[in-house]
Design a protein around this ligand. Structure first.
Ligand code: NAD
Length: 334
């Protein structure tokens, strides 16, 4: 990479501590110059642990007193827009954790603001950076599966954060759909090269929660006669979470986690790939590592900006249609 990148991180909670800070520490060309969090105790602990020079509890001061090549916004979803707007006065390259904002309206407003100011932004849809997903996508692009007609994606786990804001609609925009489904829908849409949506039929469950869904399922039909089916839940009562992304095409099948590829060759069915080498948790961590490397390469002008706010707007429009369908118990046509 071209030069050392000096970054600022705003929000030092779970995703910063478990994922981003440990991974960035391993990157020789990226330096965390300053961090910011409204929780002073957390802030000081992280400053010390990662030997970071500057720590701020005021986002305004954090921006006014520093110049950053890039800023990572890792705060609760309802704060992203305001912080990104503030950041856009000081920095041209932003990483915003997913979801970009709790609603389509706010996501679209933010997209317009940043576009007007020529600020680049990448949204943290990390699933498409899983090494096995990237391999499967390259096989889709090489037409190894023929024409894909069905993607089945699912993610079942215990609730991912102990923080109460995750189950508060005004903070998170929704429940497990905003936490898990948005990420695997992004993966499925990416696999299919973002087809236009024809209709959505969704069903939500509220087994352990009141105001937001804790499980959900939907059938999304595209205008290219393809279907995406997803299932997500926070209520898994087993030790290991499970995730899958299975893609069915006219000439083959790709199964994810682990990646297995089957293909029809003439009259025979062949298993072309069976990769059971990496554990799920390794692949998950690797997805963030690849995502961060991609982000910093884009910051350095060495890679394309992907997972943009424009894409996030399209994902949020679909998410809102899913909620509309679940609420009305009807198929909603777009
Ligand atoms: N891509 C993924 O797989 C993934 C995983 C987990 C979380 N996330 C996303 O990351 C974001 C953060 O999630 P989390 O689990 O780390 O939440 P968290 O609650 O653990 O951490 C958020 C931190 O932001 C701080 N904060 C809140 N408001 C602030 C403000 N105005 N200025 C500065 N700091 C502020 C809080 O004090 C807290 O330390 C969310 O948008 C979430 O959806 C993404």
């Amino acid at each position: 990479m071209k030069k050392e990148i000096e970054i600022g991180i705003i929000g030092c909670g779970a995703v910063a501590q478990i994922i981003h800070l440990p991974l960035i520490k391993k990157l020789s060309n990226v330096k965390v110059k300053a961090i910011c969090d409204i929780d002073k105790r957390k802030l000081n602990a992280i400053k010390e642990k990662y030997n970071i020079e500057l720590a701020y509890s005021s986002p305004e001061k954090f921006f006014q007193e520093n110049e950053f090549d890039a800023v990572m916004i890792l705060t609760p979803t309802n704060t992203h827009k305001e912080i990104a707007e503030l950041a856009s006065d000081y920095c041209k390259n932003l990483f915003i954790e997913k979801p970009a904002a709790p609603t389509f309206k706010e996501t679209e407003e933010l997209e317009k603001i940043l576009a007007r100011k020529n600020v680049n932004a990448m949204i943290g849809f990390n699933m498409r950076f899983r090494p096995d997903a990237m391999l499967m996508k390259s096989l889709v692009e090489a037409k190894e599966f023929g024409t894909p007609y069905l993607v089945r994606v699912g993610w079942f786990r215990p609730r991912s954060s102990s923080q109460s804001w995750f189950v508060n609609k005004s903070y998170a925009g929704g429940g497990v759909i905003m936490d898990l489904a948005i990420n695997i829908i992004d993966l499925a849409m990416w696999m299919l090269d973002y087809p236009e949506i024809y209709s959505v039929t969704a069903y939500n469950f509220y087994h352990t929660t009141k105001n937001v869904e804790d499980s959900a399922t939907a059938m999304i039909k595209t205008k290219k006669e393809q279907v995406i089916n997803f299932e997500v839940s926070w209520t898994l009562s087993s030790e290991d979470e499970f995730f899958y992304c299975n893609l069915f095409g006219t000439e083959g099948v790709g199964l994810l986690n682990p990646l297995r590829v089957f293909k029809q060759v003439g009259t025979s069915r062949m298993e072309l790939m069976n990769s059971t080498r990496m554990t799920s948790s390794n692949l998950y961590i690797k997805s963030y590592e690849n995502e961060l490397k991609h982000f910093f390469a884009a910051v350095n002008g060495l890679g394309k900006w992907v997972s943009t706010l424009k894409e996030a707007c399209a994902r949020m429009k679909l998410i809102e249609t899913i909620y509309k369908s679940a609420q009305s118990n009807k198929e909603i046509k777009l």
